[in-house]
Design a protein around this ligand. Structure first.
Ligand SMILES: NC(=O)c1ccc[n+]([C@@H]2O[C@H](COP(=O)([O-])OP(=O)(O)OC[C@H]3O[C@@H](n4cnc5c(N)ncnc54)[C@H](OP(=O)(O)O)[C@@H]3O)[C@@H](O)[C@H]2O)c1
Length: 338
């Protein structure tokens, strides 16, 4: 079977498709014949050598797959054989086969394509954790989604629209029209405008009740400043670490120095909240995740959850797929198919 291997730190040319032996599931595990797998910004950061939680090179990454169970360990109920599923995999999902514990597997609704199912786990669980589980977003509140045109951004927009919150979003200009059609109320071109000044103008100086910040560094300082009283900001990414100029290690140090540190007294005096979200370190919370998936799948049945797949690349075009995201061309999810 084939796997996509990040052979070492570098540009898209370090990505290779390699042939390895078929996998055998351990007790409690199933093997999925992968039909589609998600490409995430974390994979781009891993290849660049700036992702803090990355496995050592050479490595096969991939946090999410959809496919068909084609082999089970003896302890698993045989009813699972042949089922169409989606699953979370901490790494190794970008392959023709992946083995995962059964408790990381969910039945795929018939109404979802394999591509949509692979676009679901990371983006929707992250957005759910931020907006619902930790952020408690309400219908009378305002929300700023940074990178609103990314996979997580679009998932968050669907959830916020369902809740009825007023949405603001930052994205490259070319994505604004699409985002407006998806229900984003106010789009801000953060690459050519001072997004904080624009947001304060749009809110008559009040700021917003919640901000999703996947950028980190000094952006996180501005996000905190742009919160109204009772506002909360979720830090869930550090994409600023991919900016060009410095080498990987120096870029990480610069980003760390620029990211603000919050004292609890400061939060107490300001009536503000700050929290962090890291799905890749949450897979042990199986019960919570299953409840969140159930809630989200109910949304899918009702029609307000609808994963947007922007582009599908075959494994052999993995370099192009990475460049597509790195060059900020994607609106929503990029999917890989074996
Ligand atoms: N903590 C977690 O559990 C978790 C889970 C999923 C994702 N994340 C983080 O959330 C962020 C977005 O993830 P995603 O999967 O939604 O992204 P994505 O679909 O891959 O979209 C990436 C988009 O981010 C924007 N962007 C911002 N800074 C960028 C940069 N320096 N280089 C290239 N593009 C940049 C670009 O759009 P615009 O220029 O239009 O803004 C780009 O199209 C990433 O930082 C990711 O690591 C965190």
């Amino acid at each position: 079977m084939k796997q996509i291997v990040i052979t070492k730190k570098g540009g898209p040319e370090v990505l290779k498709v390699k042939e390895v032996s078929d996998l055998v599931p351990n007790p409690g595990e199933v093997r999925i014949s992968v039909r589609a797998t998600g490409l995430n910004f974390a994979d781009i950061m891993t290849r660049m050598g700036v992702y803090p939680d990355a496995p050592k090179f050479p490595c096969v990454v991939g946090y999410e797959v959809s496919g068909v169970i084609d082999k089970i360990s003896p302890s698993v109920d045989p009813k699972w054989l042949g089922k169409e599923v989606l699953a979370i995999s901490k790494f190794k999902g970008q392959a023709e086969q992946v083995v995962v514990p059964l408790d990381q597997v969910f039945e795929k609704p018939k109404s979802m394509s394999f591509e949509q199912a692979a676009a679901f786990p990371v983006n929707y669980l992250t957005a759910y954790q931020i907006l619902i589980a930790m952020g408690g977003l309400r219908s009378n509140e305002t929300l700023l989604i940074h990178n609103a045109g990314g996979g997580v951004g679009l998932a968050a927009l669907e959830i916020a629209n369902h809740i009825g919150a007023e949405t603001f979003g930052t994205a490259s200009q070319g994505k604004h029209e699409f985002l407006k059609k998806k229900g984003l109320k106010h789009a801000i071109d953060y690459r050519n405008q001072d997004w904080k000044a624009e947001l304060l103008k749009l809110t008559q100086g009040r700021g917003v009740d919640m901000i999703m910040d996947p950028i980190g560094g000094k952006n996180m300082k501005w996000s905190y400043q742009a919160l109204s009283s009772t506002g909360r900001v979720a830090l869930f990414g550090l994409s600023t670490a991919t900016e060009r100029g410095l080498n990987g290690k120096l870029q990480k140090i610069k980003m760390l120095f620029q990211t603000p540190i919050f004292h609890s007294f400061q939060l107490l005096l300001a009536n503000k909240g700050v929290f962090g979200v890291n799905m890749a370190r949450l897979w042990h919370e199986k019960r919570k995740i299953r409840l969140w998936v159930d809630d989200l799948m109910e949304g899918q049945r009702q029609g307000w959850i609808n994963p947007h797949v922007d582009k599908v690349f075959s494994f052999k075009d993995i370099g192009e797929a990475h460049s597509y995201i790195e060059e900020r061309k994607n609106i929503g999810k990029v999917i890989l198919i074996p």
